[in-house]
Design a protein around this ligand. Structure first.
Ligand code: 1GP
Length: 246
């Protein structure tokens, strides 16, 4: 039987559970540590891998990291790009993300146009996604020149979310920034969940089971963790606890 495409796989998994995605930033550690995080996350029950980050990642580092991770897991690997340079033919799909609240046109349309011919020639699945950065935004907020949304600003968040749906994006990612000390307010997540139909991904600052649980209870379909696993001495147990909590 043919494998589903990645987006359909996400939708079909969402019919019966909430999802966890493990974010691995290849620039944050040596490839061997990225592979170790992936292997342990796989065993702990993560659903998908996101590979990418904001800065310092070349396409050859993407290729090498993804290739090595693929040797250890059958789970699908999605590129989480910070620029048009972060593509790899070895990934299963790429989040074709529009940083909707960026003041820099490059993050709204530029990198996308630069990479489109290459992506077509690679035959990689593109998943159109609206990407919104909330306070504090951290590195991605600065690099992406984002006009940050307050973490509890329901109206602004909803205005962007509806626009994302009207544009036909297939998912919406609510980002506080990797390593954020706070996370997006539950009221914002609840409001968006009530008003829009596309799956909601929430990431940035999720480090405890309690936070993960709150975000899922508020209505997130998918949570992403990166920093927790990068810093962990016990990736398997730390992630297993988060996954059990959601
Ligand atoms: C960053 O949302 C992700 O893009 C994950 O954030 O590193 O804080 O888990 P953390």
């Amino acid at each position: 039987m043919n494998k589903l495409n990645v987006y359909d796989e996400i939708l079909s998994a969402l019919k019966y559970k909430k999802l966890h995605m493990t974010l691995i930033d290849p620039a944050a550690q040596p490839v061997s540590r990225s592979v170790e995080i992936a292997e342990k996350s796989d065993r702990a029950g993560t659903d998908f891998f996101l590979i990418g980050g904001s800065t310092g990642i070349t396409s050859s580092l993407m290729d090498k990291t993804i290739n090595e991770i693929k040797k250890k897991t059958d789970k699908r690997i999605i590129i989480f790009p910070g620029s048009s340079a972060m593509v790899s033919r070895y990934a299963d799909a790429i989040y074709y993300m529009v940083l909707m609240n960026s003041n820099n046109i490059e993050y709204v349309m530029g990198h996308h146009v630069k990479s489109s011919i290459l992506l077509k020639s690679m035959g990689i699945e593109t998943i159109p996604m609206g990407y919104l950065i909330f306070e504090p935004g951290m590195t991605v907020g600065k690099v992406g020149n984002a006009k940050l949304i307050r973490r509890d600003d329901e109206v602004t968040a909803l205005s962007y979310a509806l626009a994302a749906e009207f544009f036909g994006y297939k998912m919406l990612y609510l980002e506080s920034g990797s390593g954020s000390p706070t996370y997006i307010s539950e009221n914002v997540i609840k409001r968006l969940k009530k008003e829009i139909k596309i799956p909601l991904i929430v990431g940035g600052g999720i480090r405890t089971c309690e936070t993960a649980r709150k975000i899922i209870d508020a209505g997130a379909d998918v949570i992403v963790t990166g920093t927790l696993l990068e810093k962990s001495n016990n990736v398997y147990t730390d992630l297993k606890n988060i996954i059990n909590a959601i």
